[in-house]
Design a binder for this molecule. Structure first.
Ligand code: SAM
Ligand code: DTB
Ligand code: SF4
Length: 321
């Protein structure tokens, strides 16, 4: 068993991953907790803060996303790229509130060279100068752009697979799974850490969830962080009517991700505010060890900072005899 706990594999099959995901829930969580404790300090939960540095009017047609220009019924104010000094001041505020990583998202299909990209590079330098980890998600990248981000000191690039290769075409038609894999390869070649995960609750099957995890766990090395988003069904998007996932669905996803990618940071991402502190605590037990921290995600509300302060206090050691 100990050997298995320390075994890092990139050759998982979808059948194996699905079999894990279908285990009796308490057996699954218990196995995931053993793997988690063999590789991580269970009290170390990373807090990452998110900021939308360019909002809305995105040419891609991602069915879940309120920022797609294709979903005209969504009520959202577009914003052009923010000023770097302002972004760095917000990063500083997030750091003072306890965030260790600052993640900046732009609603772009791809990065274009020029003034806007240069501004993103100065945001990255500014965030790193504060002593924070910096992550950006800007859409597709070319190799020289990944290198420029690495030169600026970027810690990680976020680019999600979103779902399985089989279900992907039902969610996005304006870029392919292969496009995503190529951007991820350019990031790796430039020496960047990968932050790469997906969304549950878009109408995919359990096998699709297993299939996405199989692709992620097939990377060698594994992504350093894997965000697990629960769909936030936004009014005006094609997925507005989707039923929300249950805490048990989320728990199975987190626990399976932990077992197949033992060293990765598994992040409870969008949708977290729908789960109680006790439900989130089960996810932490099953291996989640990062959260998005702060009152907003990119355009939708997150778990409130005040509630999170209370939750982390309740999870910590108690004072007194
Ligand atoms: N445009 C860039 C891209 O798609 O790579 C970066 C920003 S995009 C908003 C980042 C990620 O947010 C998406 O890949 C998706 O996984 C997640 N996301 C967006 N809208 C969501 C929603 N309504 N619910 C859950 N996750 C969502
Ligand atoms: C990720 O996987 N989730 C974050 C981050 N990476 C960029 C974004 C969640 C967005 C949720 C919908 C919104 O707030 O617009
Ligand atoms: Fe654009 Fe990213 Fe939203 Fe897709 S997920 S519509 S690429 S901002």
């Amino acid at each position: 068993m100990l050997d298995q706990l320390n075994d890092i594999r990139s050759d998982w099959t979808v059948d194996e991953v699905e079999a894990l995901m279908r285990l009796p829930l308490l057996e699954l969580v218990s196995r995931a907790n053993m793997v988690h404790r063999a590789h991580h300090d269970p009290d170390d939960i990373q807090k990452a803060s998110l900021l939308s540095i360019k909002t809305g009017a995105c040419p891609e047609d991602c069915a879940y996303c309120p920022q797609s220009a294709h979903h005209k019924e969504v009520e959202l104010d577009r914003e052009k790229l923010m000023n770097p000094a302002h972004v760095v001041s917000l990063a500083k505020r997030a750091q003072q509130a306890g965030a260790e990583r600052f993640c900046m998202g732009a609603a772009w299909r791809q990065v274009r060279d020029g003034e806007e990209f240069d501004n993103v590079l100065s945001m990255v330098r500014g965030v790193r100068d504060l002593g924070m980890e910096a992550c950006v998600t800007l859409g597709m990248l070319k190799p020289h752009q990944a290198e420029a981000l690495a030169q600026a000191g970027l810690t990680a690039y976020n680019h999600n697979l979103d779902t399985s290769p089989e279900f992907y075409g039902k969610i996005i038609t304006t870029r392919t799974y292969q496009d995503r894999l190529e951007t991820l390869a350019h990031c790796r070649d430039a020496g960047l850490d990968l932050c790469c995960g997906g969304i549950i609750g878009m109408g995919e099957s359990l096998r699709d969830r297993a299939s996405m995890l199989q692709v992620l766990a097939g990377f060698d090395p594994h992504p350093e962080s894997v965000p697990v988003n629960a769909l936030v069904p936004v009014e005006g998007t094609p997925l507005e009517g989707q039923q929300k996932v249950t805490a048990f669905d989320l728990l199975r996803m987190v626990a399976t991700a932990r077992i197949v990618m033992p060293k990765t940071r598994v992040r409870l991402s969008a949708g977290r505010s729908d789960f109680s502190p006790a439900e989130q605590a089960l996810c932490f037990l099953a291996g989640a060890n990062s959260v998005f921290y702060g009152d907003v995600l990119l355009t939708t509300p997150n778990a409130g900072t005040g509630d999170d302060v209370d939750m982390f206090a309740a999870l910590g050691a108690l004072d007194g005899a």
